[in-house]
Ligand binder design. Structure first.
Ligand code: ATP
Length: 381
């Protein structure tokens, strides 16, 4: 049902620009603001004082582990759940707050779920046209057909959903979400039901269609790579709070804490002590200007930021094992002075032989330093 929400009468998103055949219908993008939103169930907070600002036509990925509140936030923006505090604004107009609640079908929001949620008893065209109730039947069918053409399924309009593959059903769900030309599109783990190859192509295709439609979009995912690939911005959530928001590159380069760092990169974590503004490890000493002398820290080295060289250059290491990952190889190394193995990601042609001795050096830009004490704590916001 929620994928079928109608455009808000009188809102910018109801303006109808004619789209050419095979093009996503163009909407007028909406600005979405989540303002200090909380949602409490009994004594516990599913969302705790969450604020976000999504610029018109931008894609924001909500990223976080299971149970951190992503779906609850999406449901509150859609209007199927009410916040217990704070407000939601679309184009500056409050749609949920202490004194106002606009029902879902009046918000100009389209939704797409991971399970596609198609009606089995309706034709594919009927599924897409279902949310176009403000139009005449003829208009609705023409709009639905255009949306189906855009996702490459015009040919199947009069068939029923059960004949479609998972990827095709996903396309129908996308056509259904964009057909009413919503100002905001919300997607809850839209690709998680697809196998990895299909997932990649659907991700690209969906992104292209969303950009073409100019809708403002929120995508929920627990996959950091997906968030970085899709999002103009990423909001990292944990325990009902937004921990950090920024562009994918900002979050990757400057994660707020070690838990955020682990989300965006595979890391080697080395305990170290700071002396004179530098953290000393067997792989080298690295800048740690924010820490006082004598502080215990964890030096995090990205797996892709370690270089294997000739023995004698850098620290001495021995190859314990190698794993072939496709385009890359993962090398397990023993390094003098470090307990436990170090993992190094190399290009496939550069994979060394097991048992080889090599020099190991680190790119300084692949290093992040965090307080050791913070790494011990249970993640909290
Ligand atoms: P997932 O990735 O597993 O879908 P999520 O990040 O989307 O997780 P939510 O589904 O939003 O998380 O749930 C956040 C928290 O709120 C969880 O602890 C969940 O148990 C709780 N919660 C959600 N809905 C309800 C409800 N109707 N009643 C009680 N608790 C709820």
């Amino acid at each position: 049902m929620l994928g079928l929400l109608k455009a808000r009468p009188g809102s910018a998103s109801t303006h109808r620009a004619r789209a050419g055949r095979g093009k996503a219908a163009v909407t007028f993008a909406a600005r979405l603001r989540v303002d200090h939103v909380s949602r409490r169930y009994g004594e516990s907070f599913a969302l705790n004082d969450v604020s976000l600002d999504v610029e018109p036509s931008k894609v924001l990925c909500l990223l976080g582990p299971s149970g951190c509140g992503k779906t609850t936030l999406l449901r509150i923006i859609a209007g199927v759940e009410r916040p217990t505090g704070g407000s939601i604004l679309i184009d500056g107009a409050e749609v949920a707050g202490a004194h106002r609640f606009v029902p879902p079908e009046k918000r100009g929001v389209g939704l797409m779920f991971q399970d596609f949620a198609l009606f089995p008893h309706l034709t594919i065209l009927g599924n897409v046209a279902f949310g176009l109730r403000s139009l005449t039947k003829q208009q609705a069918q023409a709009e639905a057909q255009a949306a189906l053409e855009r996702v490459g399924l015009g040919y199947y309009a009069h068939e029923y959903p059960h004949i479609l593959s998972g990827g095709q059903q996903q396309r129908v769900a996308l056509a259904r979400a964009i057909a009413p030309r919503p100002g905001v599109v919300l997607m809850d783990e839209p690709f998680s039901g697809l196998d990895s190859q299909l997932r990649e192509s659907m991700r690209e295709e969906t992104l292209a269609i969303i950009r073409e439609s100019r809708a403002t979009c929120i995508v929920v995912t627990h996959d950091a790579e997906e968030a970085m690939r899709m999002g103009d911005a990423v909001a990292l959530m944990r325990n009902g709070r937004v921990v950090q928001t920024g562009t994918p590159l900002e979050l990757y380069r400057a994660p707020k804490d070690i838990f955020a760092a682990r989300t965006f990169s595979d890391l080697n974590e080395l305990p170290a002590r700071v002396q004179g503004g530098r953290a000393e490890t067997p792989l080298g000493t690295f800048p740690a200007p924010d820490f006082a002398g004598g502080s215990d820290v964890i030096v995090c080295v990205r797996q892709g930021g370690i270089r294997l060289k000739a023995p004698g250059e850098g620290a001495l290491g021995r190859v314990l094992d190698t794993r072939f990952l496709g385009d890359a190889g993962l090398v397990e190394m023993a390094v003098e002075g470090i307990d436990g193995p170090i993992l190094v990601r190399v290009r496939e042609p550069d994979m060394p032989l097991r048992g080889t001795e090599v020099g190991v050096s680190v790119d300084e830009c692949a290093v992040l330093v965090f307080a050791a004490q913070d790494a011990q704590e249970t993640p909290s916001s």
